[in-house]
Design a protein around this ligand. Structure first.
Ligand code: SF4
Length: 611
């Protein structure tokens, strides 16, 4: 670590973010490695260290012979100022070495509002931000993660982007880079070979052309690159890598616990949910594997809490058996077992009772929409009866803290649907008054609404986002009908949601806007103390682009979408059909009831989705 930091660390917030030296970090001798990878998370330490994807890639890459993978996080503003003042380049936590000494720099892109941090981190490392400026083979700068399913907004800044699950792709890329390094290849040669690896998107091999109305007319393929880049998945998920010795942070992080990954994908098909489609088909881990991984992780970290993660944990068939197995180990050691948000249609009081033996926490449900019509239109497949029944059981069971998540601005939403949210919350309150077994502490019902953001690779990818004034009108309509003291109402601001919608469905011209925002001081945009809506708006003006063209404009079926050279396995015609069903408020069965032939099955050589 740069010696000058010893004088700086005492001056900044949470200095442990920058020191490394944590329990279970991987240190290798440079003499034993011929490839060095910097694994970058474009946000702060406490967010990045909670990310399971980072733990998996860090562990699996460091298992490779001769490869050393080190962690890098975005510095908070106070540390960045000190670094710029003292000309200290961004460094990796394990060795303390600047990023310019690494062969390959990988960014995990899971959230659009972190885009400006990528540019800021490259700049702090003294590495040119544009791929076209980096003419030498090393360092290769690439990205992976869910947001790459629309690679175009960040295309100018990355040499390549990994679409889908990284476990195998990352390995194949590193082996190719080793060959390139040993062979003295030029960057172009490496990129054209990399484009042959399944799931790899090389932006410079696709050239965008536009119509006079601003829509995309063509994304021309060059240099023999694939017409369509199909995402990679880990097919044999049960036997895939899981990090049982994750790095234990030296300072508090957002999710400070062991996180077990039960399965990938989701059987449900909620029409707004990008992750639900992006991670299809469903692939699960067995109870035995999970118990083994859970106990090993707890033993290797000393954590006092373990959580069972997936997109819909209550859909994991043997959940009860898994909890029993883990609780046998956890309860005697006072280790808490937590379940993330549960679906209201398969909630079990017995399960909750078991899980909350050590620590009792609130209940969280996401009905998403206030009326049955709209829940059917978005294919949420949860009835009002499910939700109220579950709350009644919970109140009889002594729970008094319920969080309900909704979205505003969903396709086909009316004021009646907005008011439906208030009705539902009032009905939950009435249930508490009627059925609560423990009224001692009163009840807390928290209603939260976020603004719907249409996402690529979902049935709603063609939808217009409601404009901000309309979103705010719906927020105040709901507020005016949520008057009970026991009900708290929180809502997301519209500004961030508009920018997120632009970055989600933008084309390559949005890269110039992101750069302009960064050059005018933009960074850490997922933090309210740093996000500036005006800065984004003036950047759009400077680049001659209208954010509403990207966010609030409906696309028709013939329009060429910026992500059209990427397939996440689900067929576009399936998506369009699901969108039509939304307008008829028609449900689709979940994968367990009936396969609706979404196309994801084609990714499985075994020809079966284990739903
Ligand atoms: S192929 Fe069928 S079972 Fe598999 S994810 Fe798609 S709809 Fe579900």
């Amino acid at each position: 670590m740069d010696k000058r930091l010893t004088h700086i660390l005492p001056k900044v917030q949470k200095p442990a973010r920058y020191t490394g030296g944590e329990y279970n970090q991987v240190i290798k001798s440079k003499a034993d490695v011929d490839l060095r990878m910097a694994l970058c998370f474009p946000d702060t330490y406490e967010i990045g260290m909670s990310n399971l994807g980072i733990k998996i890639l860090y562990g699996i890459t460091n298992e490779m012979e001769g490869v050393w993978c080190e962690r890098v996080f975005a510095p908070w503003g106070d540390m960045e100022n000190e670094m710029r003042k003292s000309h200290i380049p961004l460094w990796a936590l394990e060795s303390g070495d600047p990023l310019s000494e690494f062969d390959i720099i990988g960014f995990s892109l899971g959230y659009e509002m972190a885009y400006t941090n990528v540019l800021n981190m490259l700049d702090l490392a003294g590495i040119p931000i544009h791929s076209s400026e980096r003419t030498e083979l090393l360092p290769i700068v690439f990205a992976g993660g869910t947001s790459c399913c629309n690679p175009e907004p960040m295309a100018d800044f990355f040499d390549l982007m990994a679409i889908g699950e990284g476990e195998d792709m990352n390995r194949e890329l590193l082996l190719l880079l080793r060959e390139a390094k040993r062979g003295g290849w030029a960057k172009a040669e490496f990129l054209s070979k990399a484009a042959e690896i399944g799931g790899i998107y090389v932006p410079s091999f696709y050239e965008p052309f536009y119509n006079s109305d601003g829509t995309l007319s063509e994304l021309r393929v060059k240099d023999g690159a694939p017409e369509l880049v199909t995402k990679r998945i880990v097919e044999d998920f049960d036997n895939s890598y899981f990090p049982t010795s994750p790095v234990v942070p030296s300072t508090e992080i957002v999710h400070d616990r062991v996180t077990l990954e039960l399965f990938r994908g989701c059987i449900r098909g909620c029409r707004f949910c990008q992750a639900g489609y992006a991670y299809r088909p469903v692939r699960s881990r067995s109870v035995d594997k999970l118990e083994e991984q859970g106990i090993a992780s707890l033993e290797n970290t000393g954590y006092q809490e373990i959580t069972l993660s997936s997109l819909s944990t209550s859909d994991y068939r043997p959940l009860g058996r898994l909890c029993d197995g883990l609780l046998d180990y956890c309860v005697p050691r006072s280790i808490g077992l937590s379940l993330p948000s549960l679906r209201a249609d398969n909630f079990s009081i017995e399960l909750m009772g078991k899980v909350q033996q050590v620590r009792k926490s609130g209940l969280t449900f996401a009905p998403e929409a206030g009326t049955q019509r709209l829940r059917d239109a978005i294919n949420k497949n949860v009835s009002e009866e499910d939700l109220l029944n579950t709350c009644r059981i919970a109140f009889e069971g002594g729970w008094s803290n319920v969080k309900l998540y909704f979205m505003l601005g969903l396709p086909t939403e009316t004021d009646e649907d907005v008011l439906g949210i208030a009705d539902l919350a009032m009905k939950v309150l009435a249930l508490w008054k009627q059925h609560a077994s423990n009224k001692s502490r009163g009840v807390r019902i928290t209603v939260s609404t976020s603004c719907f953001v249409p996402k690529p690779h979902t049935p709603f990818q063609w939808e217009a986002q409601v404009d901000m004034d309309e979103y705010r009108r719906r927020v105040s309509l709901l507020r005016s009908h949520l008057r009970a003291k026991a009900i708290t109402y929180n809502w997301h601001d519209a500004d961030t949601s508009l920018i997120e919608a632009v970055l989600s469905r933008g084309d390559r011209r949005i890269g110039a806007v992101i750069e302009e925002v960064w050059r005018s001081g933009g960074k850490l945009d997922s933090w309210s103390e740093y996000f500036s809506f005006d800065r984004w708006i003036s950047a759009f003006e400077k680049c001659g682009l209208d954010p509403k063209f990207y966010a609030c404009r409906e696309r028709n079926i013939d329009e060429l979408l910026p992500w059209s050279r990427v397939s996440m396995g689900v067929k576009p015609e399936f998506m369009w059909n699901e969108r039509q069903k939304c307008y008829r408020a028609e449900l689709s069965p979940d994968c367990r009831k009936k396969c609706t032939a979404c196309g994801a099955l084609s990714l499985m050589s075994g020809g079966r989705c284990d739903e």
